[in-house]
Unconditional design. Sequence first.
Length: 328
Amino acid sequence: MLRWGILGTSFISNTVAEAINGSDRSVIGAVFGRDPERLEAFADRYGISVRHSSIDAIVDDPDIDVIYVGLPNNVHHDAVIKAAARGKPVLSEKSLTTTMEEAHALAAAVEQADIFFLEGLMYLSHPVIAELGNIIRSGRLGTIRSISGAYAADIWRVVNPAGGGTLYNLGCYPASLMHYVIQTAFGADAFADRVISGHGNRSNHDGNICDAALAARFGSGVLATLQSTDSYGMSFDFTVRGDRASVRFLTNPWLPFAGDNLLEIEEYGQPTERIVVPSDHDAFGHQVRLVEDCLRKGLKQAPRPSPRLSDSIEIMQLLTEWERCCQA
């Protein structure tokens, strides 16, 4: 059994705790929380007897095999650095951090300690994303020419004001999926060869970017547009177009569920074809099982489609560039 230590008692930690408890190879061994009442309620809900009031205590706990960081993203780097210093494998929520300085500090700690690390872009571990990769590699779409994506959710009332705004809340999802598509179609180095422009609106609530639009041109010739907002709506879209056909998600690519997830391929001028990707687990369940498999095999990084550390750094670089464009 893999014994997890959970940092944080927020909504996302509840979701991951349920995924851990849903696996017969994992158990929650301890939890850390900053608020005593929330800590007790969380621990009682999941039957966790060991409850820590400091991060140092839980990462030092010899009975914990792996750390899950479900804390606000502006403190991800501090928690990961502490866990890495104790040699503990880490699954840390998205976004990786909120600045490139923090991201490089996190990466340096992970590499120096030579630990397993995975950024919690959980949807990338779901088989629907692997199927997207298979479609791209098959050549059925032809040469990829454009990518468009959008994610909108009216969550501004509950977002962390220190979290950097919509790009780090929601924009990381279409940005990371675009990253995977570009790498899959054109190779590992293709994502860095780009020029971008962007625009955004600031929130009256916390001053962060709440609505953001990105236009990008890659050296491969691919043109891409992304939009992200946490100030209105509840919708998604992601489409990849080649010179022979296009593929788009009919179900949410960033919250794939247990059951049938749907893609649609259109060969131009032909009837559309629906592709069904069944799954026994949702994205969080797949992510927990991925961590279990990687640690059992002695891996330090998960295989693609999940992000390697270098992928997480590239995604963060795009997010920070996009933010600078929006602030200009």
